[in-house]
Design a binder for this molecule. Structure first.
Ligand code: DUC
Ligand code: ZN
Length: 471
């Protein structure tokens, strides 16, 4: 049982506003926020000069991804430790597809077993649709009831679904209170372009981006949005990377389609010029980095409420493995890059400190909104009595140059290496227990808890999320 903690003299970021005040925790939850009476038995934490924020919620990680002989370099323990260092206290992880023909419960249950032993922060797990038949559709209600209330659909790759299958999934998810999350890329067009580039000997990393042009994302989102309109289901678009895709989402929202969008720091801050560098291979990920200009469009989408979530798509295939596997052909390099530790610092430094986002909007994007959408609010994502005491003491003046040495992610590179970032956690607390402080990780392997997520219901985030634009 955690001891009571009295966090004094901080600046609290709450849905009601930003104000100086205290937070009192009692055991694993928040007991009081703002005015806290004399509390002689609590351990005092001085937050002078710092913000007190709810722990970050990263709803798009692949901390343990395995694709045949390719495996990410961190795994659940190291990945969760890195998340905690960066102020994230909850992840919702996306499993890879399971054995061919496996049922819908297979991967979430398998991942839950691994996370129970390894995790140091709280976790949920998404399902993954890798084929569709009557038996899979019949599993959806129990999957949702067991707390796995969202599941991924790929519109590209080997386990992709076609529109007829997507429609069946959406109808069943809607009836069961499930939320379908979409990797939106037009597989047919990408396959055509990849083959064409390969035939002409264009195999350098930049052709990874050229073979997945922006319209392949926008066209795929349009198909998904039309199916959402037809079925009345809500759809969630993961890792939105283009201004064109954002335009489709805005149009769909305007016409009443229930569509929610997530983006990631790499699409806000990097562009496809990275592929022309000598180490361009590092940036192979799908969707790819985009032409300059898309990032600013996405920042505008965050500010005006068209995009509701910033997650990471953390997927730490090492540079060593990218070099080993690629063999001179961009199509063979494992796709993905690490960023679970840098999400909050990057968004604070580049968003809040550069005037692109207000502080409250920042908290909405990295914590409150993902918690609402994924069925764990107000247990997570908010400073209020009764919520889990997942807290970050956020030092807005702390500065760090990002590098593999200055971070805890178990990866030999990161896409943001060399960036000077201002604003880092001074302490991270999970359910009332400090897990990072004084430059030390002191959490315990296996202490993270499975989150029994509620069915999807918060449709207010579908039109244009309520605080976008106002904050
Ligand atoms: N894209 C990647 O680059 N890696 C993992 C999964 C994905 O969609
Ligand atoms: Zn992903």
């Amino acid at each position: 049982m955690s001891t009571k903690k009295h966090i004094k003299n901080g600046t609290l970021v709450t849905p009601e506003g930003i104000f100086s005040g205290d937070v009192l925790t009692d055991g694993s939850t928040i007991a009081a926020v703002g005015e806290v009476g004399p509390e002689s038995t609590a351990e005092v934490i001085d937050a002078t000069g710092c913000y007190v924020l709810p722990g970050g919620v990263d709803v798009h990680t692949h901390l343990n991804l395995k694709l045949g002989d390719r495996q990410v370099s961190d795994g659940f323990y190291a990945g969760c430790v890195a998340a905690a260092w960066g102020g994230t206290t909850t992840i919702i992880d996306h499993p890879e597809a399971g054995p061919a023909g496996c049922n819908l419960h297979h991967q979430p249950e398998y991942y839950r077993g691994l996370l129970e032993k390894e995790s140091v922060i709280d976790y949920g797990i998404h399902g993954v649709f890798q084929h569709v038949d009557e038996a899979i559709l019949a599993e959806i209600p129990s999957l949702v009831q067991q707390g796995y209330s969202s599941a991924k659909v790929y519109m590209t790759y080997g386990n992709m679904l076609v529109p007829g299958e997507v429609q069946r999934v959406l109808e069943a998810m809607k009836n069961a209170g499930g939320l379908a999350a979409f990797h939106a890329e037009d597989d047919a067009e990408i396959s055509r372009l990849r083959a064409e580039f390969a035939e002409n000997g264009h195999l350098a990393p930049i052709y990874h981006a050229k073979s997945r042009p922006d319209y392949t994302e926008a066209d795929s989102i349009k198909i998904i949005a039309d199916l959402a309109a037809k079925t009345g289901a809500t759809v969630y678009i993961v890792h939105l990377s283009t201004g064109k895709g954002l335009d489709v989402i805005r149009e769909a929202k305007k016409s009443g389609v229930k569509i929610i969008a997530e983006t990631c720091p790499q699409y806000l801050l990097l562009d496809d010029s990275c592929y022309e560098k000598t180490d361009g291979l590092k940036y192979i990920m799908a969707p790819p980095l985009r032409e300059k200009g898309n990032g600013e469009a996405l920042w505008a989408g965050l500010a005006d409420g068209s995009i509701s979530v910033v997650a990471t798509d953390h997927c730490s295939f090492s540079y060593a493995d990218k070099k080993k596997f690629w063999q001179g052909d961009f199509r063979k390099a494992p796709g993905g890059s690490p960023s679970v530790e840098t999400r909050l610092p990057l968004l604070f430094s580049e968003g809040v400190l550069k005037g692109r986002l207000s502080l409250q909007r920042f908290v909405d994007l990295v914590s409150a909104n993902p918690a609402k959408i994924m069925g764990i609010y107000p247990q997570k994502g908010v400073l209020q009595p009764g919520a889990d005491a997942d807290l970050i003491i956020w030092d807005p003046a702390a500065e760090k140059i990002i590098s593999p040495e200055s971070l805890h992610q178990l990866c030999d590179y990161g896409p943001f290496d060399g960036m000077n970032v201002k604003g880092w956690p001074r302490k991270t607390m999970l359910r009332g227990t400090i897990i990072v402080e004084n430059d030390r990780f002191i959490g315990k392997k296996g202490s993270g808890q499975f989150l029994q997520r509620a069915p999807f219901k918060d449709e207010t985030l579908c039109s244009s999320d309520h605080h976008g634009g106002k904050r």
